[in-house]
Design a protein around this ligand. Structure first.
Ligand code: 5AD
Ligand code: SF4
Length: 444
């Protein structure tokens, strides 16, 4: 590595989950606080951060090809930082295989980017994949700008060790950020323009903390406190684990109006044998009973989930149990994935890995079932009146796009501004969006 001047412009490319989107925003704020400016659209950046995701197959291959593309430039090569979960899991290999990479930084260490950049300018390749508990957030700059819908990471890491999943290894053990810090960050986000905050965590409902008086709080307590923040109109949270659902969280859906009627509660499979092999420690039946309790508290709650098809040993009959669970549970939306062996996880070495063609076929059937449910959910909301939080312009002039309380994309024709809450009647439903007819704009 050669010595080089400090970069003055940056670009951050975030892949994968919403927590990476949040981390990408915070890295951007950190770089801006050091005097760097974001590279203009279409222009080369002097520093490129690849904020990577390791959850599915060929994640690392994708990173290497992105690196190759970045280095194939007529101008000077950018300083390249690989961040995120691939950096955490495969940092050493990346340094060995990709000499053009100057920095490898894990998801718990990115607050140290300015030091790592300084080292890289001295020609020293820098790696930091330490996992200090919670040091990162205190070291990041204050938040000053926000879109109407903002993310707030409240919890990181996972202690569940599902047998297919890398997260416990890449993001580390479960930690909860302190209550007072979260309240302060939420307040700043609202002052900076947020009207909706989505609380993020790999197991967000495992969050726990204590208020000023030392009373222990769960996620529902945090939600109740946030609901008192003036100017914050909507609260969401994701992703939840069935085993960490509490009575309090279910009750919050009944009596906190700012808590949106939406629940992302992955089950992964409808077969108890597969769930056991996945180390999920809940049954399909227990999951369905939980849903009944959420629906008793909030009958219109929109349900979302995650599914894996083709887990090692999954039989046709077990897969059909997943299809049946999808029908019974009634999803408004769901993510579905083909199982992919992640090196170092127990499932990667299990017998009876399912053939790729069979996975493709099962994924198609599952996605068709989910799509039918999604359209049915959207159609069932036609005729309802609801507020839409305007997020951006639509494709056609005069058109705007935003989200309903049930997280559906709603478009409408009317005067509006990003950040408005607009009352609409839901008039027509497609599989992925609905048309709204505007009634009035609620005061900001
Ligand atoms: N293969 C396929 N899907 C996976 N997920 C996590 N690990 C794997 C894997 N090895 C899915 C799960 C999880 C979502 C974020 O990604 O469904 O809930
Ligand atoms: Fe991965 Fe399971 Fe933890 Fe979710 S609960 S992050 S799937 S180990």
């Amino acid at each position: 590595m050669q010595r080089r001047p400090l970069p003055t412009t940056y670009r951050i490319k975030s892949f994968g989950c919403q927590m990476n989107v949040y981390d990408g925003e915070r890295m951007g704020e950190l770089l801006a606080s050091q005097g760097l400016t974001p590279a203009a659209e279409g222009e080369d950046a002097e520093l490129v951060v690849l904020n990577t995701c390791h959850i599915r197959e060929r994640a690392a291959e994708k990173v290497y090809s992105d690196i190759g593309r970045l280095l194939k430039t007529d101008g000077p090569a950018p300083m390249i930082a690989v961040a995120g979960c691939v950096a955490q899991a495969e940092g050493e290999e990346i340094m060995a295989r990709a000499p053009g990479v100057g920095i490898v930084v894990g998801p718990q260490a990115y607050h140290r980017l300015p030091d790592l950049i300084a080292q890289a300018t001295q020609g020293v390749r820098a790696t930091d994949t330490d996992m200090p508990a919670d040091a990162k957030f205190a070291a990041l700059p204050r938040r000053r700008r926000s879109a109407p819908s903002a993310f707030l990471t409240v919890q990181e890491g996972c202690d569940k060790f599902c047998t297919y999943c890398v997260v416990p290894y890449t993001r580390g053990a479960e930690i909860s950020r302190p209550f007072a810090d979260l309240l302060a960050e939420a307040q700043l986000l609202v002052e900076a323009g947020a009207r909706e905050i989505t609380l993020l965590g790999q197991n967000v409902n495992a969050w726990s903390g204590a208020d000023k008086a030392g009373r222990v709080l769960g996620l529902d307590g945090l939600i109740r406190h946030l609901a008192r923040v003036d100017g914050l109109e909507r609260i969401r949270y994701t992703t939840s684990h069935p085993n960490d659902v509490t009575d309090g969280l279910i009750a919050a859906h009944a009596d906190v109006p700012k808590l949106m009627p939406y629940l992302h509660l992955p089950v992964q499979s409808g077969s108890d044998r597969v769930l056991r092999a996945m180390n999920r420690s809940h049954t399909a039946e227990a999951y369905l009973r939980l849903l009944e309790r959420f629906r008793a508290a909030r009958p219109d709650i929109a349900l979302s989930g995650d599914f894996i098809v083709g887990f090692p040993g999954e039989t046709e009959a077990e897969f059909v149990e997943t299809l049946q669970l999808v029908e019974t549970a009634g999803y408004a939306h769901a993510f579905s994935f083909k199982y992919s062996p992640r090196p170092g996880t127990p499932a990667a070495t299990m017998d009876a890995q399912v053939a790729p063609e069979m996975m493709d076929e099962r994924l198609q059937r599952l996605q068709a079932t989910i799509a039918r449910g999604q359209l049915a959910f959207n159609q069932a909301t036609v005729g309802r009146r609801c507020a839409v939080l305007v997020e951006r312009r639509g494709k056609l002039p005069g058109q705007w796009l935003g989200k309903s309380p049930w997280l559906q994309s709603v478009w409408f024709d009317a005067d509006a501004t990003i950040g408005d809450l607009v009352m609409v009647d839901l008039a027509q439903a497609g599989p992925n969006s609905l048309e709204g007819r505007v009634l009035e704009t609620l005061a900001a």
